[in-house]
Design a protein around this ligand. Structure first.
Ligand code: UDP
Length: 241
């Protein structure tokens, strides 16, 4: 499948039309941003890793019965996906307190929850992606009640599948962000699953005072070893192939 015109350029990806109106090509860049675009940089090789990792995980989730946008990997940085209409919600699942949760609620990073938690943000850069609840999403007509129920159920199912998957790689899945889209009347998992959108901590070595991040926090927090962290998680992911 070939790219025709560019439809969109985001912070980390470009999206191109194809000859098939049902499909687009996503092209992953090495560009990285954080704090709603305030911090900018490049993570060499990130585009390749995020493309391949996201594709592997989408295919893994499909096997678990989760419907995704994935169609076909073209090359290192380019993938054909279903042309969805994105539901303007960022869906965040957390297993352990970190990041904005810790800040907002005054809970030490590394505090494990007895059960996973979910939250929604309204995808709107001008407003800084504000935190909202189900009722706000309905009031704003972002999704129907049925869609929200489906999204919640699917997000928790993704969490169970991914937690187990990463546990086997000696990695704890702390939290992650998902996006969903509508394709031919169906809700499908879209966007990406990568170190840009997940917190991955080295298993067994963390508590509320320390942890080793194998994700974008190394970039956000200037921890160094950003490229190495992406390469390490990708190495573990592909070791069994
Ligand atoms: N996240 C993301 N995009 C966003 C905000 C968050 O992919 O715009 C991911 C982030 O990588 C982490 C999880 O969602 O895995 C929870 O992020 P949090 O709300 O703690 O925000 P942050 O501390 O990153 O600002």
């Amino acid at each position: 499948m070939k790219k025709t015109e560019q439809l969109y350029e985001g912070k980390a990806k470009k999206v191109f039309a194809t000859e098939n109106p049902d499909y687009v090509i996503v092209s992953y860049k090495d560009d990285a941003t954080a704090f709603n675009g305030l911090k900018k940089g490049t993570i060499a090789g990130k585009g390749v890793i995020n493309n391949k990792m996201s594709n592997m995980l989408m295919q893994f989730l499909e096997k678990k019965g989760i419907h995704t946008h994935y169609v076909e990997e073209i090359d290192d940085r380019n993938t054909v996906v279903k042309k969805v209409r994105i539901v303007p919600l960022e869906v965040i699942i957390r297993n352990v307190a970190a990041g904005s949760f810790s800040k907002r609620y005054g809970v030490a990073e590394g505090t494990a929850f007895s059960a996973p938690t979910i939250e929604f943000s309204y995808k709107n850069d001008d407003l800084g992606d504000p935190l909202i609840n189900d009722y706000h999403a309905l009031a704003l007509n972002l999704a129907t009640a049925e869609e929200i129920e489906n999204i919640k159920k699917t997000a928790f199912a993704v969490n169970e599948a991914l937690k187990e998957f990463f546990r086997a790689l000696n990695v704890d899945l702390i939290d992650f962000k998902l996006e969903f889209g509508r394709f031919k009347g169906e809700i499908v998992l879209a966007d990406e699953i990568s170190p840009d959108t997940c917190r991955f901590w080295e298993a067994g070595t963390w508590d509320t005072t320390q942890h080793t991040s194998l994700d974008k926090d190394r970039f956000r927090r200037d921890l160094g070893g950003v490229e190495d962290a992406y390469a390490e998680i990708f190495k573990r992911l592909t070791a069994g192939e």
